[in-house]
Design a protein around this ligand. Sequence first.
Ligand code: ITT
Length: 195
Amino acid sequence: MKLVFATGNKGKLSEVRKIFENTSYEILSKENFDSFPDVIEDRETFEENAIKKAKEIFEFSGIPAIADDSGLIVDQLNGAPGVYSARYAGENCTYDDNNNKLLQELSAFPEPHNAAFVCYAAYYDGDLILVVRGELKGMIISEKTGDQGFGYDPVFIPDGSKNTLAQYSAEEKNKISHRGKAFESLKKILSKMEL
Ligand code: ITT
C-alpha cells in the first residue's frame, strides 16, 4: 500500500518513515517523483494547510496522500510563530535564523518560556479526508543544545525532561512528539479502516 507524503522537509520525512516502518504502508515522497509540486501554504490554520497539502499531492500523484502542518506555539509571544514557524525569520531563512529570532524575541520576557509543538496530520484519497492532531508541551531555553532533529528542536525542552528535543534520537522523539502522536493515530485509523 503506497502513501505519498506531501512534504519537502527531510526531518519530517525520516520521522514519519520510521512510524510506518514494518507496516504494509510504503511512504513515497518528493524524491520518488521527477517533479513534485511545492504547495503554497496560504491558509490561516494548521488544519486547513495540512488538508491543502494532502489534496494537492493526491491530485498530482493519484496516490492516497498524507501531509503534516506543524509548528511551535509560544505563550509569551501570543502563539507565535504558529503557522509561520517555517518562515519566522523570513522567506528562505534557515532553522538557525528562526531560532535566533525566537531567542531574541523572548529575551524581553522572564523564564520560563512555556511553549508547545502542534502537528496536524491529514490524509486524502480523493474521497475521504482524515485529520488528526498531536501536541507536545515544554519550554524554550536560551541556549541551543543538541544536533539531532530539525527546526526548533535545539531550544525546546519537553515537560518532564532535562534534554532538548535535539538530544533525542528519532525513535525517542517519535514516542513523545506532536508528530509521533498524530501519525501514530493516523496509522491506527488507516489500518482499522483497511485503507
Ligand atoms: P512541508 O510543508 O514541506 O511539510 P515545512 O518545514 O514548510 O515542510 P510546515 O509548514 O509544517 O513544514 O512548518 C513547520 C515548521 O515548524 C518547521 O519548518 C519547523 O520550523 C517547525 N517544526 C515543526 N515540527 C517541528 C519539530 O518536530 N521540531 C522542530 N521544529 C518543528
